[in-house]
Design a protein around this ligand. Structure first.
Ligand SMILES: Nc1ncnc2c1ncn2[C@@H]1O[C@H](COP(=O)(O)OP(=O)(O)OP(=O)(O)O)[C@@H](O)[C@H]1O
Ligand SMILES: [Mg+2]
Length: 242
């Protein structure tokens, strides 16, 4: 029985700017690298352990919002919402989420740059960048990370960035060059996610890897545990810095 659902529905919604939440932006320099996969898995993980979790779909494709609607009522609730295309700024004060939200995850649209990228960065505390291990993806990501670091919002207040290597099949030369690039910028890469149909199936079922306890998902769950531990360490540091 989902008692939390009725409780949260009666909860007031407040501006995302006023939330006492860790606001995570999931983004990449090239489309199709796994933003929605990571956003939905993060939301599943936090919701599963009972934290109030909101998933903001900022991509007009609406893939995260669709996934929230797919979820069985038996699963812990995730507050799904999207950016209204009539809003002028991406993180407008008009965006509201439940007051007790502990984790706000934003699934960003692909191909952001300039003002739109700067705008997306504002009102987020932590940035996760998805990178796949192809040479093309890595080059696009290196450029994107450079642009991101130069946005006004990042120069004004440097948020922690973590790079997630997605769809990793094997160690490649190109991954080695990305690692060197990240190390030169002191950007951590807290997770590598396998290329597996487990992610495709979980999305189609409105679930995340955390919802599968079988041995077939053990190594993926271990990857997620590493990533969640890193995010929590960043979040603790954020509170400590306040
Ligand atoms: N680790 C993985 N293993 C296997 N398939 C994956 C993995 N990560 C993502 N995929 C699949 O790759 C496709 C693209 O992933 P996803 O939709 O998460 O990317 P995206 O960055 O959100 O794309 P877009 O830019 O179109 O929004 C999807 O079909 C997804 O199921
Ligand atoms: Mg997507």
């Amino acid at each position: 029985m989902d008692t939390s659902k009725s409780k949260r529905h009666s909860e007031p919604l407040i501006s995302v700017q006023a939330l006492n939440a860790c606001r995570i932006l999931v983004i990449n320099g090239k489309g199709g690298s796994g933003k929605t996969t990571v956003s939905t898995n993060l939301a599943s993980w936090f919701a599963q352990r009972g934290d109030t979790t909101a998933l903001l779909d900022a991509d007009p494709q609406g893939s995260s919002e669709y996934w929230v609607r797919l979820r069985s009522p038996e699963l812990p609730e995730i507050y799904g919402f999207k950016i209204d295309s009539t809003l002028r700024t991406t993180m407008s004060f008009q965006l509201r989420a439940p007051k007790s939200t502990k984790w706000l995850i934003t699934d960003a649209p692909p191909g952001l740059s300039g003002m739109a990228l700067d705008d997306m960065v504002s009102n987020h505390d932590l940035i996760l960048i998805l990178v796949m291990s192809s040479e093309m993806d890595i080059r696009a990501s290196a450029r994107f990370i450079g642009d991101l670091l130069l946005t006004q919002n990042m120069r004004r207040k440097r948020r922690p960035i973590g790079v997630i290597a997605n769809r990793i099949k094997q160690q490649t030369n190109s991954w080695g060059s990305l690692q060197r690039f990240l190390e030169s910028l002191r950007i951590p890469y807290p997770a590598k996610l396998r290329d597996t149909q487990n992610y495709v199936k979980a999305y189609a079922e409105g679930k995340g890897i955390i919802n599968y306890t079988q041995q077939t998902h053990a190594s993926d769950n271990a990857d997620w545990k590493t990533l969640i531990d890193w995010i929590e360490a960043q979040n603790r540091e954020r509170h400590w810095m306040k």
